[in-house]
Structures are given as C-alpha cells and as structure tokens.
Design a protein around this ligand. Structure first.
Ligand SMILES: Cc1cc2nc3c(=O)[nH]c(=O)nc-3n(C[C@H](O)[C@H](O)[C@H](O)COP(=O)(O)OP(=O)(O)OC[C@H]3O[C@@H](n4cnc5c(N)ncnc54)[C@H](O)[C@@H]3O)c2cc1C
Length: 370
C-alpha cells in the first residue's frame, strides 16, 4: 500500500480546518494553514501552531490548467497584512472557510427601492437601536427566534414572518404589503434568513459551482469528482454534530492524499451525487437545503466515521446533543443559563474519550513539528 506525503494547504483555522490539519499531519502530510484572522477557532476563536495568521487567501486555482498532467497542483495566492502578495504551489488544497459569513437575503418585490432600514441578522448586535420601532423579522430559525426574543422588549411592534413568500411587495413609503392584503408600515426589516456558501478566492474553471446554495458537484459533500482528492471541502454539511464529522472528513481526505484510500471512479461519484440530488427532489427538499443533514445527522456521522476506522458517536454525545437541542427549543429564554445535563456530562467526563485525552497529547508524533 502506498503512503505518499503531500504538501497541503488548508484554508481556514476554524474547527473544520484545525481538525483537517491534524488529520493530514497524522497521516504524514506537510501542512500549511492560512488564516485571515489573528488567531484560530473560526467562529469560536481560541490557540495556535503551524498556522500563518493574518493571511487572507485571495486566489486558489489549478497550476498549468489545460496542460495534461497526471498530477494536478494548485496555486495559492495569499496576502499577509502589510506585506506583498505571496504565491505558493501545493499538491492539495483543503477549503475549510466555513459558511456563516456571507448573509443570504431573500428576493422580494420592492426590496431595492424600500427606503427604510433593511439589515441581516449577521450585523445585529443588540435590541437598543430598534427601541420604539416597528420591526418586521423575516425568518424563524435560531437567529430569528432569538433576536425576536430580545426585540420584543425594545420594539414598539414586532412582526414575525416565517417565510418571505408571505410578503407580496415592499412599497417606497415603508409599507410591507402581505399576501392576505394586510399592510404594516415598518421602520425596519430584519432578515434572519441564513447564509450563502461563498468561495470568492476559488477558481475551479467551473468544475465546482454554488447554485442556489448547493455547492457542487461534491461527492459526500466533500470531494469534487473532477478535481479530487487534490481539492476538497471540509465543513460543508449543516445541522450535523460538527466536530466528530469534521474529524472523519479530515481523516478521509488525509488518507486519500496518502494513497491509503481510493475514490470510486469519476462516473461512479457523479452517479452517486445525481442519485442524492434526486432523492432530495422527490421528497420536495429545495436545492438550497442540499447540505442540511438534519435528522439523519447521527447516522451520517457514524457512516463517515466507520469508513475511516473511527468509532461510532458515543451514546453520551448523542444524548447531550439531544438534551441541549430540546432545552433550547423548550426554554428559549433560559437555555443558555440553565440546563439539565449535568449527570450526562459527568458520564461523558468519566468515559475513555476524556480520561485518555492526556495519553494522546503526550504522543510525540502528534506534536507540532513544523
Ligand atoms: C447560524 C449558525 C449555524 C450553525 N450551525 C451549526 C451546526 O449545525 N453544527 C455545528 O456543529 N455547528 C454549527 N454552528 C457553529 C459553527 O459554525 C461551527 O461549529 C464551526 O464554527 C464551523 O467551523 P468551520 O471551521 O467550518 O468554520 P468557521 O468557524 O467559520 O471557520 C472558518 C475560518 O476560515 C477563515 N477564512 C475564511 N475565508 C478565508 C480566506 N479567504 N483566507 C483565509 N482564511 C479564511 C475564517 O477567518 C475562519 O477562521 C453554527 C453557527 C452559526 C452562526
């Protein structure tokens, strides 16, 4: 069995980038992580190694595109703050740039000419600026619910709309006209309508596109059949137990690059992707939800873990996840400050997963040697 070592660039040092980097390193690859921020953690920011901070990736594209080659390499152009742009060539690139930074806006008639305040939840910080206002909140997922709970105490009136199709037109005078004919003259429309996948730096010559929030074609939400494994994406799926899943994805990519694992043929991968799309379509799931794993999240994590020889999700982990989800649904106002999973947490802390953590940290092969 081959065990090739590749020169790999991971873009992003959030949870998925960090896990990918660790798995690549464990597999014997040489890894550079480029991160535009000053520290690791992505949305959770927290502690460094093998990472070049303050380095934004501006361009990633195939080297010598069009020249037939067995071994497609990637050009990565990046810029460190106050420095010149740098161009490097890598054997592989792992895109781990997250998907909660480009706000998604709905399309509504009159949006462009409506003169009052329209904003996305991404830039919402506190209810104070909305004091005394009539606010329409569009979207009823986590951010819509939580922001509404804050706004209700400050706004003069709060109107929650589940779906944008409920609004017919936005008029220049500030009226929002609804499908049932009712009218609200609002001061602000706040869109809690989620995020779009976006890879502004990535040039795949059209081999990977984002179409109505479907990134594709991607085999198992990870690998573009025409460009894999030298190009891969980690952390694309939504509504999944992130960290264990990223770990399986990272291991899989690392093993594909070292030659320990092989991919099906391009045709087989494309067929599997088409079948997956079709399975969504027949049950009426819109394209934009392609990467929402949702209810089958545990099974999907287990399937991915099994494939790379990792254990199934521990029962305590699933139970903790369910307990916190239920708590957040049932006790929307208090779930951050009071919870009922102490017993389960103790059980988790007594499990080998935590009791053997130190053993792994003392393993010199896992220390940073960059
Ligand atoms: C609305 C919302 C929903 C969520 N849903 C889930 C969920 O279902 N499951 C779950 O586990 N967690 C969820 N989370 C939590 C969180 O998003 C994830 O746990 C985790 O942060 C995702 O990790 P990531 O590494 O993929 O992305 P991020 O944490 O976003 O990290 C991406 C990193 O890439 C860097 N980057 C981006 N572009 C560039 C560039 N051009 N050059 C260099 N660096 C770049 C960024 O600076 C960042 O550090 C959610 C969060 C939000 C806000």
């Amino acid at each position: 069995m081959t065990n090739q070592s590749k020169n790999v660039c991971v873009i992003g040092s959030g949870p998925s980038g960090l896990v990918a980097a660790r798995e690549l390193k464990r597999e014997g690859h040489k890894v550079v992580v480029l991160e535009q921020n000053h520290d690791i953690g992505g949305q959770w920011l927290y502690d460094p190694n093998m990472i070049k901070f303050n380095t934004k990736v501006l361009y990633v594209g195939p080297l010598n595109y069009g020249v037939p080659s067995e071994d497609l390499k990637w050009v990565v152009r990046s810029k460190e703050k106050k420095r010149e742009e740098v161009e490097q060539v890598f054997d592989a690139v792992v895109v781990a740039t997250g998907h909660h930074s480009k706000p998604r806006f709905p399309c509504m008639q009159g949006m462009d000419t409506w003169r009052r305040k329209q904003m996305h939840s991404h830039i919402y910080r506190s209810p104070e600026p909305f004091r005394g206002e009539i606010v329409v909140v569009v979207g009823n997922s986590y951010s819509g619910q939580e922001i509404s709970m804050e706004l209700v105490k400050a706004a003069k009136e709060l109107h929650k709309i589940w779906y944008t199709v409920n609004i017919d037109t936005l008029e220049e005078d500030g009226s929002a006209i609804f499908m049932d004919g009712s009218i609200i003259i609002a001061d602000t429309i706040l869109y809690c309508t989620g995020y779009n996948y976006s890879f502004p730096f990535l040039d795949t010559k059209g081999m990977v596109v984002v179409d109505d929030n479907r990134v594709g074609p991607l085999y198992e939400h990870t690998l573009p059949p025409l460009l894999a494994p030298p190009l891969s994406f980690i952390g694309i799926p939504k509504k999944i137990l992130g960290l264990p899943f990223f770990e399986s994805q990272g291991k899989w990519i690392a093993q594909l690059l070292s030659g320990k694992k092989a991919l099906p043929s391009c045709e087989e991968m494309m067929k599997s992707i088409e079948e997956f799309y079709h399975s969504k379509e027949v049950v009426g799931i819109p394209k934009r939800f392609t990467h929402e794993i949702g209810a089958i999240g545990f099974e999907y994590c287990d399937k991915s873990a099994k494939y790379v020889g990792l254990p199934k999700l521990q029962e305590w982990r699933k139970e903790l996840c369910i307990l916190s989800l239920v708590n957040s649904c049932v006790n929307l106002e208090t779930y951050r400050d009071s919870w009922n999973d102490d017993e389960k947490l103790q059980e988790a802390l007594q499990s080998p997963y935590f009791t053997q953590l130190g053993v792994e940290l003392e393993d010199p092969s896992l220390q940073n040697s960059n």
